[in-house]
Design a binder for this molecule. Structure first.
Ligand code: SAM
Length: 199
């Protein structure tokens, strides 16, 4: 099962507070991601939360499909964005070469470790040749839960590199960054951008 029930319960119960806390779009990372894509490319956002990143990409003229696995969150994003936001669990992504870009900011970090290879394979399959995939993770050495009982896979840099290496990417770029999150605690982030081969 590529979802964690306690984590989804947190987002369902906290949807109103979580989606109205004024979270800013991840602008520099979005700019870098979009720079790989031709104007008007089709982008799937997974785990869109309040929708601020989709909002940014829509404003740049991209064909964005925002989604989230928590119905309450997807509804809130839909009201904000004024475009349909599908409720999509990562494990239900089942598409072949439909997306030029896939944006997954701070959401795949909730997938149980054993399920991550299967979800990355689904994402790889959904990308068009040359398609670009961005995801960010909270770094660590072993999986666990935070103070809100949300599950995190907490990968190390090496563990994550090994995971991506199992799929035929043309390039994989990993950047480490020190920052924070909803819990306001100091957090080590890993940002991964991968590109599918052009043919
Ligand atoms: N990407 C947004 C952002 O950067 O603000 C939201 C990040 S929030 C930490 C994680 C999001 O992932 C939540 O909106 C949650 O509903 C969603 N999520 C958690 N587990 C999921 C799953 N199994 N499938 C799809 N979405 C999931």
């Amino acid at each position: 099962m590529a979802q964690d029930p306690q984590t989804l319960r947190f987002y369902a119960e906290e949807a109103a507070a979580y989606t109205t806390r004024g979270q800013a779009a991840s602008q520099p990372r979005l700019e870098a991601f979009l720079s790989h894509l031709p104007a008007g490319s089709a982008i799937l956002e997974l785990g869109c939360g309040a929708g601020q990143d989709s909002e940014f990409m829509l404003a740049r003229g991209f064909k964005v499909r925002p989604t989230d696995g928590t119905p309450e969150i997807a509804r809130a994003a839909e009201v904000r964005l004024g475009v349909p936001v599908a409720t999509l669990l990562f494990g239900d992504l089942d598409e072949s070469m439909t997306c030029d870009g896939i944006w997954a900011n701070a959401c795949l970090l909730h997938i149980p470790r054993a399920e991550l290879p299967g979800i990355l394979a689904r994402i790889h399959a959904a990308l068009t040749p040359g398609g670009v995939f961005y995801a960010s993770f909270k770094a660590g050495e072993a999986d666990g839960r935070d103070q809100f009982d949300r599950y995190y896979n907490y990968p190390s840099e090496d563990w994550l590199r090994g995971l991506y290496a199992a799929l035929p990417w043309a390039s994989v770029t990993l950047e480490a960054e020190h920052g924070s999150g909803y819990d306001k605690k100091p957090t080590d982030w890993l940002h991964v951008t991968a590109q599918k081969p052009r043919n």
